[in-house]
Structure formats: C-alpha cells, structure tokens
Design a protein around this ligand. Structure first.
Ligand code: ADP
Ligand code: MG
Length: 686
C-alpha cells in the first residue's frame, strides 16, 4: 500500500481547483494526469524580459515589459486583416499591438481605450512602427499576475497556455508536502543538493540547473533500488532449470539459416535457462535482426522440458502478428499455442484459461492480459517480454507469482541502449546483443528533403502507390504550442485524401485502442495503402508491402526514434526508402543529425550519438513527456550519477537487508513515487 504521505502526489489533476474538463484534455495529452506528473513536467527553457520605460531607446527583438496607455483600436474591417491597437509609453512613444485571427474581440476587452496596461512580449519593428504581436501578458496596472522578468517556458498542448501551466505547477507544489530525505546525508551535502520539495520548487521558479541533478538522481536511485530488490528476490527463489531435449527445436523447419549472432545469443540463453538461478536477460537487437526467432527457440526449450512459455507484446496488433507468425512456424509440431488479449472474451477466453491451467496450452502470446490475476499457468517456466526497454519491473513481478518457481525472463528491445550506458543502467541484468542482420537485406535508403519540396514528395508517393505498394507518412504530434506550424496528422491526411482518396488511413495517439487496431489491421491487410500516423506506429508492426516511410519535420524527432520509424520499412524483398522531410530552416546540429541518419543504419551508433545530443532521460525510458531532468547532462555525468545511485542502493540494502530504518522508510517513498513499488512486494515475498 502506498504510504499516505504520497497521496497528494497521486491525486488527479482534474481534482485541482480551476481545472475543468476543458483543461483536463490538453493536460492528458501531455501525460499530465496526476499532481506528480505536473510537478515533473519541467520547463523546457526560460524567457527573459527587460522592463522598459521608454520605447525610443528599447532594443528591438528583445522581450520587454512595458506600461502602455491604449490610444485607439483599428481594424480594416476585413476578417483576415489583423486588429491593431495603438498605445504609447509614458514619454509618448507609440507602439502597435497586433492581433491576428479571432483574438480581436478578446483583445479589445483587455485593452480598453484610454486605460493603462502592463504588456509583455517581443518588441518588433514593422515598417516605421514599433510593434508587439500577440503580447504574452496583458494586465491592469497593480493587478496580480504581472509578467516577471524571467518566465519558464513549458512544453504545451493545444488548449493549454504557458501561463496556466505555470500556475498549475505552482499550485501543485503548494499542495504537496516535503518528504523525508532518502538521499544519504553526506551525498546531499557533498553535492550541495536541496531537499526534494525545494529542488522541485527551484526547477519551476528559477532558471537554475543545480537541482535537476538531484531530481534525476532520485529517479535513478529508485530504478537501481528496484532492480536490486527484484534481483535479490529472484535470487532467493529458484527457477525451474530448463533442459530441453531438442525434440522440438530440432524439428523446427526454418526457411533460412540462423545468423551467427542469433546462434550465439541462443547459446547464451540456453546456458542461462538450464540453471536454477532465474535468468534475467536483456536481448538487444536492431529492428529486423530476428529476435522473434531467438524467443521462439527459447520457448520451445521450455515446452520440450514439459513446461510452458509466455510472450508479452506491447500492443494488441503486435501480439496478433507474433501469434500468427509463430503459429505458421510451429505448423506440424506438437505444440499448442494460444493468444490472450483484452479482445478474447467469453467462451474463447475461458477455454484458453483452462488450457493454461491444465497445461494443454504450451505457449501463450498476448498483451498484459496474460499476466493478470485470473490467469493461472500449470508450469510457466519462461516469459519473454517483447519491445520493452523500460525496466518492466512490475511485469517481472507479476510473473514471479505465476510459476512454480520464478520464471526465467527474457526482455527484448529494438531500441539499442548505448553501450556506454547499458552496463550502468542495467547492471542487474545480463545482456545479449544481436549485432548482425540476416543476409540479403537491402539496407533502407535514407534521403533528406526540404519541406518546400512537398509537392514533389506527394508526386513520388503517387508513383509508389500506383505500383501497388504501400507507404507510411508520419507527422509529429502538435505539442509545442497553439500556434505551432507542425503538421497535424489529421490535417495532413485531409490534404492527402484530396489526391489519394480513401486509400488514405489515419491513426493517431488520441484514438482508443480498438479503433486504432482496426485502422492498423486494414492497412496490414492492404485495404488502405497510405497510413498517415503520429508516432503510434513506432513499435514493431510488420507490413512487408510498405516500402516507403516518410517522416515529416524529421528534425524534431530524436535520432533513435527516427531509426525506429525507419525500421518499419525494409521488411520485404523490395528496396525500401525512408524520406526524412526537414523544416525549411534548420540549424547546423539538426542538419548534422539528419546527415547521420543518411549515413548509417547502425542502431547502436545512432543511440550513442542521440545520447550525446539529447541526454539520457528518454533513453532510460523514464520520461513520458515534458523535459528530461537530464537535459544538460552529458552521458558521462549521467553514467556517474547512475554509478553513485547503484552504490547507494547497494549500501542501503546490504546494511539493512531491506528497507528498514528511517532512511529505508524514506527510500520506500522514493520507490513508490516512481512507481517501482512492485519491488517492495517482492521483498515481502509477495
Ligand atoms: P525483430 O528483431 O525486429 O523482432 P523479427 O524477429 O521480426 O525481427 O525478424 C524480422 C524478419 O527476419 C522476419 O521476417 C524473420 O522471419 C526474418 N528472419 C529472422 N531470422 C532470419 C535469418 N537468420 N535469416 C533470414 N531471415 C530471418
Ligand atoms: Mg520484433
């Protein structure tokens, strides 16, 4: 049970004062559901302003704060022309406040003629005039909420303003208590770190990186602690050693020879599962490296030994693809394979549950449903978790309650974890790499092309579709701001429909699971031919006929993400192309990043570079949205912090053998805070 002191952190944002349904949605889009999500939604940057008395000596191009007296409202009468509001400073210098679009009515009310207002925004020159387009703050003199000299800039979504986001963060901070300190006092002192509450307060209210380290450390510490707890708990309990007879594996008819890398990894796994020490192994291999085959071999070993295996996929569609693929490969073998997802209901579900309980089903493929309470296995000996590079501690623990002993565990991921981080971050796991693609693959050709050439790109798509093939078109989510110029999937789909009609399908993150699955299935079946998507297609779908991947505003994606997207094509015999559309104007770094994508297909190299460019937060899989506390940290700094966290976690557990004592109690809070609490249950033998 979560300690009561944390309850305010887990309260829903919706329950906050002043958060109506109108705000809940944009917040949810950013993944901000609970108070703690808001607290950990950090500013991405800061705006600095200069207080200006006299416009005639103010710097054009700067953000300023200014008191103006409103002189006049003028609009040309045309709906398209902006509203211009004229004002002057105390010395009589003029400025035009310009409002485009439908903001006119609102602006007139905010800026009544003859009255004084404090406004802030960027000072521009427009012809001979000084102007400010859409001031970011307008307040009456002496009123609360006046713009500050420095203001955090938050990642936003449509319907959520920066000002509102700042208010929410402040309110969230006020609603949560200080927590007992879990960091070793000497470490806290040596690093000059503030307490948890003060550190969060600083992140939101001061442009000061000092305490981001501390917050990053908290998360790393909780990870290390949870991993240690899990490893310790697994080591205490025995797994059933699996010694296969070869009866099934040797009869498996494969249309190809296994690569050297696959053989090596299979041998590593066979060695592990033959032990009574539970396997805890991370298998990394680029998209298309053939991880499924490795998993199948291991699952068959379990079946040969008279036990069961399960494979968890992250989505319904992937589960189905795995199920169908494995079923084909297993044809003719005396192996009974079944699928279980949220969709299997009624009699079918009952039958599967019975088969698992009596052992007549040997291999189960599915989504999270496969580890739910109601699912009982006769003898689960091996679990494979696909496309998962988060720690997955909770799945691991759900599993540990499923078998006679603890099942052996194989976690597979196509998101390469940079070698430089893997050891530190996953020290408690053994790791295997498939660093070789099956022969005969034509590497995906990557091209970078400017957004300005969109018409040509669309022509290219037309030729591609006309030849009977399919394509993906990925648009980034509109997240940055209301005025964002990023192409939303819906809008893009609309444009493409004008040309390609109902060959176009669209899938995005706001769709509900079944709705999304239905769209994906039609595309997999070839009923639709151009799939316009936000990054929801990122993970694992296999559509061999899709040999063109277009990524719009590619410069806004992380490299690892682009690599994943690119991996969606190049799955058939066909030569595949990945078109990275870049914004018309991009900087040097962005250019270099895209060039790297063109240059290499090596996921590990890309991951290393990505790490250098972005910091490690996302790679560690701990951030859903917002800014990573690692933003400014170098990989070396992150590695060092992980090392400290690992040592600290070890010391704490070794000394107390658990989470006893005041610091142990505090560390428990840290685990709960980052939802690694499943580790505690294991410790109790749960
Ligand atoms: P991933 O590692 O991305 O999960 P998959 O296991 O889905 O990759 O394999 C991708 C494709 O490569 C599948 O169609 C699979 O049948 C094929 N494949 C796997 N191993 C080999 C091999 N050794 N030689 C040729 N093709 C292979
Ligand atoms: Mg796969």
């Amino acid at each position: 049970m979560r300690p009561d002191i944390l309850n305010p952190l887990f309260a829903e944002v919706r329950a906050m004062k002043g958060v109506g349904p109108g705000l809940a949605k944009p917040l949810e889009k950013l993944g901000l559901v609970r108070i703690k999500d808001v607290l950990y939604h950090f500013p991405a940057s800061w705006t600095y302003r200069k207080a200006v008395q006299r416009l005639d000596i103010a710097d054009v191009g700067c953000n300023i704060i200014l008191a103006v007296t409103v002189m006049d409202h003028r609009s040309s009468g045309s709906a398209r022309a902006p509203l211009r509001i004229y004002g002057s400073d105390a010395e009589g210098n003029y400025i035009t406040l310009t409002f485009f679009g439908r903001n006119g009515g609102w602006a007139r009310k905010q800026l009544p003629i003859g009255e004084a207002r404090i406004v802030s925004g960027k000072l521009d020159r427009y012809g001979d005039e000084l102007q400010m387009v859409h001031p970011d703050h307008i307040v009456a003199v002496g009123e609360a909420g006046a713009p500050g000299l420095a203001e955090p800039v938050y990642p936003l979504s449509e319907g959520l303003t920066n000002k509102r986001m700042g208010q929410l963060a402040t309110a969230a901070l006020e609603s949560v208590p200080e927590l007992p300190e879990w960091i070793e006092p000497s470490l806290l002192a040596a690093r000059n770190w503030a307490g948890w509450h003060a550190a969060l307060n600083q992140v939101h209210h001061r442009d000061d990186m000092a305490n981001r380290d501390r917050l990053a450390y908290d998360e790393l510490f909780s990870n290390q602690l949870a991993m240690r707890l899990v490893r310790a708990a697994m080591d205490q309990r025995k797994a059933v050693p699996i010694s296969g007879t070869g009866a099934l594996v040797d009869r498996l008819q494969l249309p190809f020879a296994l690569t050297g890398a696959q053989q090596r990894v299979i041998a590593e796994i066979d060695g592990d599962i033959a032990q009574s020490r539970p396997m805890l192994r991370l298998l990394q291999g680029d998209v298309g490296a053939g991880k499924t085959m490795v998993a199948l071999r291991a699952l068959l070993r379990a079946v040969e030994a008279g036990m069961q295996g399960a494979m968890l996929a992250p989505t319904e569609i992937l589960a189905r693809q795995h199920f169908e693929g494995l079923q084909k490969l297993l044809a003719g073998l005396p192996v009974n394979i079944a699928i279980l997802t949220g969709r299997e209901k009624g009699k079918l579900r009952e039958a599967t549950l019975m088969g698992l309980a009596d052992g007549s089903i040997h291999i189960l493929v599915g989504t999270h449903a496969i580890f739910q309470e109601a699912v009982t296995y006769k003898a689960l000996a091996l679990a494979v978790i696909d496309e998962q590079h988060r720690f997955g501690v909770s799945q691991r623990l759900m599993l540990s309650r499923k078998g006679r002993g603890v099942p052996h565990l194989l976690v597979m991921t196509a998101t390469p974890i940079p070698r430089s981080l893997a050891l530190a971050a996953y020290g408690e796991m053994d790791s295997s790499q498939i660093d070789e693609l099956p022969p005969g693959r034509t590497p995906v050709e990557t091209r970078v092309i400017s957004q300005e050439r969109l018409p040509e790109i669309v022509d290219g798509v037309a030729r591609h579709l006309a030849s009977g093939k399919q394509a993906f078109w990925v648009c980034p989510l509109v997240e940055e701001s209301e005025n964002s110029d990023l192409a939303a999937a819906e809008q893009r789909a609309e444009m493409l429909r004008l040309r390609f009609g109902d060959q176009v399908a669209v899938v995005h993150g706001r769709m509900k699971g079944p709705e999304k699955d239905a769209v994906m299935e039609r595309f997999i079946l070839g009923e639709t031919r151009l799939l316009v998507a936000t990054t929801v297609i990122e993970v694992g779908v296999d559509v061999p006929n899709a040999s063109l991947m277009i990524v719009e505003a590619a410069d806004r994606f992380g490299l690892a993400q682009l690599h994943q997207l690119r991996g969606r094509v190049g799955r058939g015999a066909e030569k595949s192309v990945c078109l990275l559309i870049r914004s018309a104007q991009i900087g040097e770094t962005a250019r270099a990043r895209l060039a790297l994508m063109r240059e290499t297909n090596d996921g590990f190299r890309i991951a290393e570079e990505d790490l250098k460019l972005r910091g490690a937060g996302e790679l560690l899989g701990t951030r859903q949205s917002g800014d990573s506390p690692f933003r400014v940290a170098t990989p070396e700094q992150v590695r060092e912090l992980i090392g400290v966290a690992a040592d600290d976690a070890r010391l704490l557990l070794d000394r107390d053998g658990g989470l006893a004592g005041p610091r142990g109690e505090a560390a428990r809070l840290c685990l709960y805070l980052f939802e690694r609490d499943a580790g505690i249950a294991t410790l109790r033998g749960g």
